[in-house]
Design a protein around this ligand. Structure first.
Ligand code: GFB
Length: 310
């Protein structure tokens, strides 16, 4: 990417989009454009098309999506399918029509079959049934990958797809009903410590395993792949290491300094038993993660002092 290239970040206020902007700014890119959702509703085809025709960006990071944790995915099933299909279809098609040089579509590790062999290789896509709790989100993301590939095949568009593992970092969502496990547990342990509550309730059995990547690492990987990777298909972005949710809870409990007990709400779903990325393709392309989980959680916890619940 040339330093003066016009770069559109879709989803710039989200955890991923804001991390990509921090990375681009740090690398000296200044011609970055974005719109808030009230300025541009990405579900509106005409509005998105007009925006692309007017702005004609050179590069696009498609990080806009309706996202959430296991309960949000399972509750707002229609919105997760509709909003994501609309957002990504409008952007990908408008990017093609406006002659965008390159577009990166960000997906998720939940696109893989629920019971796929671990670690998850890119080639396992569409080889089995999806996890039920996030099937609508996964179907939308799979459509996004296939759309990038179809536009490449039919029109020669340089549209690439990357699949991040579970992410955490600055600008994460701390709403206890809608968030992912890592921010939820930080908040639960912190509030329990502050209010001297004797136990913290975590969801499910704690036996599922997840892989966690700091969003600054993700942004670095996206920046790297935007400049080096030009293939169809998908590339996993992760650390290659996972942890059981109950061990994640103990790690966070320690960092927060909470001394009470952990209890389990078994009415809440466990979701996929394991979701560990195989990151061989990414490391062969020349990139590896550098922020350890402990270090990452400490950085995140340090940055929360301005939250109203802190
Ligand atoms: O992070 P999480 O919501 O999403 O949940 P997924 C991961 C695991 O943590 C599940 C457990 O087994 C949860 O039951 N868990 C324990 C908790 N305590 C809590 C808690 O307080 N809050 C939450 N949220 N979980 C999502 C997908 O799946 O991950 C999306 O639904 C997407 O599609 C995203 O792929 C990355 O990893 O299960």
């Amino acid at each position: 990417m040339e330093k003066n290239a016009k770069i559109y970040i879709a989803g710039h206020r989200g955890m991923v989009g804001s991390a990509i902007i921090r990375k681009l700014n740090a690398e000296g890119f200044e011609n970055i454009i974005f719109r808030t959702s009230s300025e541009l509703d990405l579900r509106n085809q005409q509005a998105v098309s007009d925006f692309f025709q007017k702005e004609k960006p050179d590069y696009v990071f498609l990080a806009a999506a309706k996202v959430g944790g296991i309960l949000a995915n399972n509750t707002y099933r229609a919105e997760f399918l509709y909003d994501n299909l609309m957002i990504q279809s409008n952007i990908i098609d408008s990017a093609h029509k406006a002659g965008v040089t390159k577009l990166m579509f960000l997906g998720s590790s939940c696109i893989y079959p629920k019971l796929a062999p671990q670690p998850l290789k890119e080639e396992y896509l569409l080889t089995g049934e999806l996890e039920q709790t996030n099937e609508p989100y996964a179907i939308a993301k799979i459509a996004g990958i296939k759309m990038c590939d179809a536009y490449r095949a039919q029109y020669g568009s340089n549209f690439i797809s990357v699949m991040p593992t579970n992410l955490y970092g600055p600008n994460d969502n701390y709403d206890l009903e809608k968030s992912h496990v890592l921010p939820a547990l930080i908040r639960k342990f912190h509030e329990a410590k502050k209010n001297k509550v004797p136990h913290v309730m975590m969801w499910g059995t704690g036996t599922p395993k997840r892989e966690f990547l700091h969003v600054d690492d993700l942004a670095a990987a996206c920046f790297y792949l935007m400049q080096t990777y030009n293939e169809p298909g998908l590339v996993n972005i992760g650390t290659g290491e996972d942890i059981a949710i109950k061990d994640l809870a103990l790690t966070i409990k320690n960092i927060v300094g909470y001394e009470g007990e952990i209890k389990h709400d078994l009415e809440k779903p466990d979701g996929t038993p394991r979701k560990l990325m195989n990151v061989d393709k990414l490391s062969n392309a020349g990139w590896t993660a550098s922020i350890s989980l402990n270090e990452g959680i400490e950085m995140v916890y340090d940055g929360l002092k301005t939250k109203d619940w802190y």
